[in-house]
Design a protein around this ligand. Structure first.
Ligand code: NIG
Ligand code: FE
Length: 380
């Protein structure tokens, strides 16, 4: 089965020669991009989609979400907007609601959120556990996540639950909980921050996860300067996410090791912390991704276009750099080469925008610009 997309106003493929071009067409064979070239030379295909002058971009790769949870913390958000600070302890409110919900309810909620992401152009999403904080619930959250994505992350070490001491909990996270959760996860993550886990605890969590076959990533330097980014670089993590408070040494270590700096501007929008300086990172040669961090506490948005708009307006990125971070950057963060671009061989994950250019994603913030989403060549 082949599908040709014609009438493309602008194609963003991230081809090194012509990353953004006009007068292009694209052909999908089964679930992959088979051909990209001049519109005048498009080969015959079984069916044709006429983009009617619209821009075609790779589907967004959201490399950081916490989609499986129950409950609502809108009152906390409203209090912050009135001047209260964000405190990581709010996570425990969601833990109580999540423990009280059953498998069916958690599946329903997470599936609805995943549909929300897809409707806004996200074709690959990472999903973390972390709102269970006991063995059975963490395992359940990963099982639910696994029905929605291959990119599942064990975040047992989100915060210490009220019923245990920190040392008891680190022992559980690196012991019985890891044994039960590792079969359902690809990644291991830890919230390395004052009020959550310190550098030694975070190192113990990540190295235990690695010994169980998981690959490390980390929540680092979100609420203040700290050791998380250096730990990510020391362990060769795929990504250090947040990167809001970075020393010059942190920036240099990221550039040297190639650890992706994951930027999550929905968090700064919703906590009133300063936005991370993406320009400083790109200028230093650091690889970056943009993701939603969709979660009930610090960033309850499922919209990659919203995050792109924030990154352009407040983080020093051009519209093209922001789109690249939200697609190719997310793929690098997840160590995926089959998504995040539209070169031949890519999985046919793409978005036809209701706009002539990708610049409209930040030029027209808040406007629903996703006309059609294809995932593996099929209408998503
Ligand atoms: O990525 N930083 C830690 N975890 C989440 C926040 C979770 C919450 O407040 O519920 C985050 O921002
Ligand atoms: Fe997060």
């Amino acid at each position: 089965m082949s599908t040709a997309i014609t009438g493309i106003g602008e194609l963003v493929s991230w081809d090194p020669e012509r990353p953004v071009r006009s007068d292009a067409a694209l052909v999908i064979e089964d679930d992959v991009v088979a051909w990209v070239g001049d519109a005048s030379q498009v080969p015959a295909a079984d069916e044709v989609i006429d983009a009617a002058g619209a821009a075609v971009i790779p589907g967004f790769v959201d490399s950081h979400t916490h989609l499986v949870f129950a409950g609502d913390r809108s009152a906390e958000f409203a209090a912050r907007m009135a001047g209260e600070p964000y405190v990581a302890g709010g996570i425990r409110t969601t833990v109580a609601a999540t423990r009280a919900a059953g498998a069916a309810e958690l599946t329903r909620l997470a599936s609805a959120r995943m549909a929300e992401l897809r409707g806004q152009g996200t074709t690959t999403a990472e999903i973390k556990s972390g709102y269970g904080l006991d063995v059975a619930t963490e395992e359940l959250l990963l099982q639910v996540a696994g029905t929605l994505t291959e990119e599942t992350t064990y975040l047992g070490a989100h915060v210490v639950p009220p019923e245990l001491s920190a040392s008891e909990y680190v022992e559980l996270v690196t012991g019985e909980m890891l044994t039960r959760c590792a079969p359902h996860a690809k990644w291991v993550d830890v919230f390395c921050e004052t009020g959550a886990f310190d550098a030694d605890q975070a190192r113990a969590v990540l190295t235990a996860g690695m010994a169980a076959g998981l690959s490390p990533r980390i929540h680092a330097n979100q609420l203040g300067y700290g050791p998380g980014v250096q730990l990510a670089c020391e362990l060769g993590a795929a990504a250090a996410d947040h990167c809001t408070y970075l020393s010059d040494a942190d920036v240099a270590a990221l550039a040297e090791t190639g650890v992706v700096a994951g930027l999550l501007p929905g968090v700064e929008f919703s906590t009133r912390h300063p936005y991370p300086d993406a320009r400083r990172l790109l200028d230093a040669g650091v690889r970056i991704s943009i993701a939603t961090d969709c979660n009930p506490g610090t960033s309850y948005t499922s919209s990659m276009p919203f995050c792109i708009a924030l990154a352009v307006r407040d983080m020093g990125l051009t519209p093209t750099e922001a789109l690249r971070a939200a697609t190719e950057g997310g793929a690098v963060s997840l160590r995926r080469t089959d998504v995040g671009h539209l070169r031949p061989g890519a999985r046919a994950d793409l978005v036809i925008l209701d706009a002539p250019s990708h610049v409209h994603l930040s030029y027209r913030p808040g406007v629903p610009l996703v006309r059609q989403v294809l995932i593996g060549g099929r209408v998503g």
